[in-house]
Design a protein around this ligand. Structure first.
Ligand SMILES: [Zn+2]
Length: 251
């Protein structure tokens, strides 16, 4: 890890004064690499906090272009960006926020071989995708490559966050251990709607878990599912167990 420059020490001073973060935690953040799938509502919220917090390298993946109906909640995109790829619109805003962060973009959905290759280059997967195929594939590669995965989802008036940490003790569940219990969310925001600040809350929670995991500033619990009800503004916690016959992560 490289020591912080004087400018970085000033920029990240409110982090560094946290006793469990200190210089070392910030240096870890600056050395960390994150793959973020989806730059919609959740992805915009996650990315802005990761970049502001001092993540060193961020890879953004999304094949969508910005539409007018995205602007209600996807806060990195502006009216001028309608028609542009979301990853390009997001990259410009994020780079203006923190030019130190190295940002790489992909405008197509990554196949398994591409994900496996990138898994060897990153410390964490953050899933902000809006479709099951992407989420299931990312989970498979997370398990195979032992790369931690933070998933988030938000629809209508409800959202949730869960962290899967493949090499943890006791064994972490994976996304498939979770989805066998709760079913898989087939609806998208396009079909069902979503309340604007809800995606910010869930995305910020994903960013919080990511910063904790990457810096070591606090412990992250694998399999802890945090569910938020926007109608009552209440959080609930559940603990997902590792399923010993899971077709993805068992054995
Ligand atoms: Zn599993």
């Amino acid at each position: 890890m490289k020591p912080l420059t004087q400018e970085q020490a000033t920029r990240y001073s409110r982090h560094i004064m946290l006793p469990t973060m200190d210089w070392e935690g910030q240096e870890k953040l600056l050395a960390s690499r994150v793959l973020l799938i989806g730059v919609g509502g959740l992805g915009c919220a996650v990315a802005q906090y990761l970049v502001a917090a001092g993540i060193g390298h961020l890879i953004l993946v999304d094949d969508d272009k910005v539409e007018l109906s995205n602007l209600q909640r996807q806060v990195l995109h502006t009216e001028h960006n309608v028609g542009e790829f979301k990853v390009h619109s997001a990259q410009a805003r994020l780079q203006a926020m923190n030019s130190d962060c190295d940002i790489q973009t992909f405008t197509h959905r990554l196949n398994k071989a591409e994900l496996i290759k990138l898994a060897g280059e990153v410390d964490l997967f953050v899933d902000c995708s809006d479709n099951l195929a992407s989420r299931n594939l990312l989970n498979e590669v997370s398990v195979d490559s032992q790369t931690p995965l933070i998933t988030g989802a938000a629809i209508r008036m409800e959202g949730q966050v869960c962290c899967f940490i493949p090499d943890s003790t006791p064994p972490s569940p994976c996304y498939a251990c979770y989805s066998r219990l709760f079913g898989e969310q087939e609806l998208s925001c396009m079909e069902a709607g979503v309340l604007a600040p809800l995606v910010g809350i869930i995305g910020a929670m994903q960013a919080l878990e990511a910063v904790k995991l990457l810096s070591g500033v606090a412990n992250v619990q694998a399999g802890k599912l945090m569910h938020f009800d926007a109608a009552t503004s209440q959080w609930r916690e559940m603990y997902i167990q590792h399923y010993d016959q899971c077709p993805i992560c068992a054995g």
